[in-house]
Design a protein around this ligand. Structure first.
Ligand SMILES: *[C@@H]1O[C@H](CO)[C@@H](O)[C@H](O)[C@H]1NC(C)=O
Ligand SMILES: *[C@@H]1O[C@H](CO)[C@@H](O)[C@H](O)[C@H]1NC(C)=O
Ligand SMILES: *[C@@H]1O[C@H](CO)[C@@H](O)[C@H](O)[C@H]1NC(C)=O
Ligand SMILES: *[C@@H]1O[C@H](CO)[C@@H](O)[C@H](O)[C@H]1NC(C)=O
Length: 482
């Protein structure tokens, strides 16, 4: 009964049900989908339910610890239309397989901060040398270990708003480059694919461009210097209310960042004064004025916290309610032409970085010292040998698609039958009713119906049926074997 033919058929069917987003690469100024050669624009939200205090590693709790919670939020994010989340405070001791697999299944990438506000888990802003220790690096490498195996890990942030004023700008830049270098060396040695590493800056215009230049320049004769950041991001709050490209000073950002050798995007955006927000920056950020230079951004933030930036209120019993800002943002996303936005071929994969020299730093007092601190011998051992976790992170099958918690619309009515739609292989999520980004224009020539999404997001649902069809066949085969 258990013939080789059956065995083969079974293996082929099982293989065809392993769905994953295409892992993206940073090439030149762009994020690139290596399977299509297309540029990728980030449509994202910051994800930290409970805010900073939602991070309780001692109780096994971080933002990606609970699959049931992630399923609820992934369903709402998929409906909203995003393709990426930024997650700030994560413990490598916690298993994130369920959440990472759910976000992968719905075509959502993860931007991972390796630091946390806990003591010993980030650099001290004014005395970084006191915290650049083997145990700090061990933890940051452990975060890489915890996320490197997921295909939807988009990048690692080596720091977030560590430089906040000229006092910190004087001392900390060499240390940010050092941590970036160490992470890149770790990824190069222990990851099967290149995962970009870079910095998320506060938008302080006095030294924003200096920060970018400091982190992207090369200290060696060529561009192989591992301390060059792979990407640069800024937390941007200069578009408030009914603003414009000029009034928001987005225009100077585009002018200043033109010719960048690394992808640049907003690691946070969405000024909340005045509220409710109207998100008129969305069509501009993803329009012809900005996309030639920037790669999109992430709205701050998914859950409603004290700071009042939320799109969704999460209650202690696990139920949730959409806020008016969710609806407004969704409407703005729905105005975008995703085929046009995600269908642009990347052109220049190698743009020469500027040379590190004091003349590239304009603001007096900002570091122009390009001597990067060496890694300590005890920490180099972690780079050489790798850091071991107590488990092996991996994608797992997503078997539950229906959300169990009660979720209400902004008008108070309950959303019936809320569930995730598992996308086909190589797809990322898009605003509803629009074409999947990865396949774009090339679907008509494909002959394999299960693997070729032909129309809109509804084809996502179609592909679920296709893979459920495959599962049913697998099930029947197993039944036949018994
Ligand atoms: C390094 O990190 C791993 C994973 O968190 C931990 O198990 C190990 O004890 C750490 N090693 C040292 C020397 O701190
Ligand atoms: C979207 O962009 C594509 C490619 O540029 C174009 O062919 C299509 O007509 C656009 N759709 C709409 C509704 O504008
Ligand atoms: C790529 O960028 C480099 C500058 O770093 C430039 O010399 C080259 O002409 C560019 N190539 C294309 C195809 O734009
Ligand atoms: C430059 O920074 C390094 C640490 O990265 C430090 O050892 C050195 O003293 C600094 N040089 C100057 C001139 O401040």
């Amino acid at each position: 009964m258990f013939t080789n033919t059956l065995r083969l058929a079974l293996a082929a069917l099982c293989a065809s049900t392993v769905l994953a987003v295409p892992s993206l690469e940073a090439r030149g100024a762009d994020f690139v989908n290596p399977k299509t050669g297309n540029r990728f624009q980030i449509l994202g939200v910051a994800y930290q339910p409970g805010g900073e205090s939602g991070y309780k590693p001692e109780s096994g709790v971080d933002a990606l610890a609970d699959g049931e919670v992630c399923l609820r939020d992934a369903a709402l994010m998929q409906r909203l239309g995003i393709n990426a989340i930024r997650v700030y405070n994560l413990s490598p001791e916690i298993n994130h397989d369920a959440c990472a697999s759910i976000f992968n299944a719905v075509g959502i990438y993860m931007l991972i901060d390796v630091n946390s506000p806990k003591i010993g888990e980030s650099l001290h802003r004014e005395e970084p040398w006191t915290t650049y220790t083997p145990s700090y690096l061990n933890r940051t490498f452990a975060v890489v270990e915890a996320f490197k195996n997921y295909p939807n890990t988009l990048l690692f942030f080596s720091g977030n708003e560590v430089i906040n004023d000229l006092k910190t700008g004087d001392v900390i830049p060499p240390y940010i480059r050092a941590v970036t270098r160490d992470l890149k060396n770790y990824v190069a040695k222990h990851s099967t694919r290149p995962i970009p590493v870079g910095y998320s800056a506060a938008d302080v215009r006095e030294f924003l461009i200096d920060t970018w230049n400091y982190l992207r320049c090369t200290t060696t004769a060529d561009a192989s210097d591992p301390s060059i950041a792979d990407i640069f991001a800024l937390n941007s709050y200069s578009w408030c209310g009914d603003s414009s490209f000029k009034t928001s000073s987005y225009d100077t950002l585009v002018a200043d960042f033109k010719g960048t050798n690394v992808p640049i995007f907003f690691s946070e955006y969405g000024c909340n004064e005045p509220t409710p927000r109207i998100f008129t920056e969305v069509p501009v950020l993803y329009g012809p004025l900005m996309t030639p230079v920037l790669s999109g951004g992430l709205v701050y933030e998914y859950s409603q916290e004290k700071s009042n930036y939320g799109l969704v209120t999460i209650n202690t019993d696990g139920s949730a309610k959409l806020l008016a800002d969710y609806d407004t943002l969704q409407k703005q996303y729905n105005t975008l032409n995703v085929t046009a936005l995600q269908g642009v071929k990347a052109v220049n994969s190698t743009i020469t970085p500027p040379k590190c020299q004091s003349s590239i730093i304009k603001e007096k007092g900002f570091s122009n010292n390009f001597t990067i601190p060496a890694i300590l011998k005890e920490a180099q051992v972690f780079v050489d040998n790798g850091v071991k976790l107590s488990y092996t992170p991996k994608l797992i099958p997503v078997t539950t698609t229906k959300v169990s918690q009660v979720v209400k619309q902004s008008d108070g009515t309950t959303i019936e039958g809320l569930s995730i739609t598992v996308l086909a292989d190589d797809e990322s999520n898009t605003p509803s009713g629009q074409k999947p980004s990865s396949s774009g224009s090339s679907t008509s020539s494909s002959s394999s119906s299960a693997a070729s999404p032909t129309a809109s997001k509804k084809s996502g649902a179609g592909s679920v049926q296709a893979s459920m069809g495959a599962l049913t066949v697998v099930g029947l085969l197993f039944a036949a074997l018994l």
